[in-house]
Every structure is written in structure tokens, then in C-alpha cells.
Design a protein around this ligand. Sequence first.
Ligand code: CP
Length: 331
Amino acid sequence: MLLEKIKPLFDFETLPKPVYIGNGLTHQDIISVSQFDTARLDYIFARAHEMREMVERVGAVDLLKGRVLACLFYEPSTRTSASFIAAMERLGGAVIPITQGVQFSSVSKGETLADTIRTLEQYADVIVLRHPEIGSAQVAADYANVPVINAGDGAGEHPTQALLDLFTIKEELGRLDGLKIAMVGDLRYGRTVHSLTRLLLQYKVSLRFVSPEILRLPLTLMNEVIDARLDVRETHDVADVIENADVLYVTRVQKERFTDLAQYEEVKDQYEITPELMAKAKSKMIVMHPLPRVGEIHYAVDADPRAAYFRQVKNGMYIRMALLAAVLGKA
Ligand code: CP
């Protein structure tokens, strides 16, 4: 029989477009911010708002009752691990926490990432992974039959941090377009900077990159910024950006990524945001930091209402609640 004569089961041209639950995120891995266009960002931010209202009203719900999250962290974490655990528990789900010492798991006996992932997926509906190697989250996702969420892959990406960072800017300042955003510190190894910069390419922002020479933004990423035709400048001095910045996004120098510790010692104390520096900034600017800080922001700045870093921490839980609900099909 000639193939052309077989009557098609469906006329695909006239079928209605699929309605995605969770804006297309259901059962999806979350590996990179490149998965988030502005529509998807708006969707996650709207769900995060709902999560905040719910937490403030009743504390917890049963939306993810019966679902299990495996938290697998090969690197230290306080915020990312704790906020994913809190997010899952506030949505009524359960957690397998391998976060406080992967050395107590069979990884210490030499078990590979692939086998660890294939084991955890037997118990869990979703896996959150932090690992020191760039690309490790994608490797895990390739092996897993359940969604894998990248909680930081070496100096690569930290997509959920970037989502909460962007959400925080929007919550604090009410908009993204038109803002002047200065990133300060370790722009070479700081994965939160890499992910946030990529998300910001979708908006009409001005970017200012402040770093020591050896910690400049990677060239490939700078080329992406230039291709996006954003207003962008680089400098070594915070004084060059403090007066005009709407957002000062400060980062820690990532000691663990240096092969030459003498180089780390040279640059580790280059920047400190102090009350004196803050006096020169706009009254409506905000200071953000993914944390932990190790001296980049003086403790005296914490009392300044423009210090947004602990509000930023709290937003992380709402964003991760929204993501878990979306990935697990409970939008
Ligand atoms: N911002 C962040 O990733 O913090 P943790 O390393 O404590 O998870």
C-alpha cells in the first residue's frame, strides 16, 4: 500500500496546541537558565508569589504529599540545600538529605555519580544535585529517569539561584527593564554571576562588571553580553559604579576554585562594601549577595534597609517551592 494513501489518525494542523502543566516544566530537568524565557520566568515568579502567600497564611500544604526529593550535595551548602528541604516540607513532601557529608554515603567507597543517581531515582521523584564539576548536572540528567535540578555544577551554572536573584530584583525594585546592575567580585568562577547575567540578557538592563583583572567575566559570556547589545562596562573599582547602580550584586572570591592559593591571597580582600561606600549610593538601590560572605560586605551594612541579602535568602524558598511544584506536575 502506498504510504500516501494511509489516512492519518490526526490532522496535526488543526489539533489544539497542548496546554502544558507548569508551563512546560513538568518532568523536565532544570540544568541551565537557558531553559527560561521571559514567559516561563513570569510563570515561576507568579507561582512563587502564591507560595509566599500560602506560607504566610498557613505555613504548609499537602500539594506534594507522597512525593520524595533526594538532595545530593557533593559540595558544602547552607542555603540551597536547606531551602530545597524547607520547600519540599512546606509542600507536604519528604526528603532524602545527602547534604551534610556525602562522605557518609557510598560515594566514599568509590561509587560513581551515574550509579548514585540511578540508585536515588529508585526512591525519589526528583533529585537536586550540587557537584564540583561543570556539566555534572547534565550527566546526571542523562542517566536519570526522574527530573534532575542543578544546584550548582562547579564554576558552571546555578540556575535556581539566578531565578531567586532575578525574582528579588523585581520584588525589591518593581521592574527589570531600565536598571543599572553592577556585579562585583569573582566574576570568573562565580557561577551565580554567570547564570544571573544570562537571565538578564533578556531584559533592557545596563551591566557593570567590577573585578580584579584575573577574575574578569569569562570571554565567552562577555561575548554573549555584547551580542545582546546591552550597555556594558568593566572596571576594577567599585567607586566607578556605586553612584549610579540600582543593584550592587556582590560575590565572594571562590577560594575552592583556585589552583594557585597565592593568587587567591592577592585578590581575596580587594572589595568591601562599607557604610561609607553606601553613603554614595542611590537611596533606592539594593545590595545583594548569594552568600556566604567572607568579608565583602561589612556587618554594619546589614542595618541599612538597602541590604537585601537576607530577603533574597527567603525568596529562595518560595522560588524552589514553585519549581518543585512545576517539575512534579502540580502547578
Ligand atoms: N547561594 C548559595 O548557593 O549558598 P549555599 O552555598 O549556602 O547553598
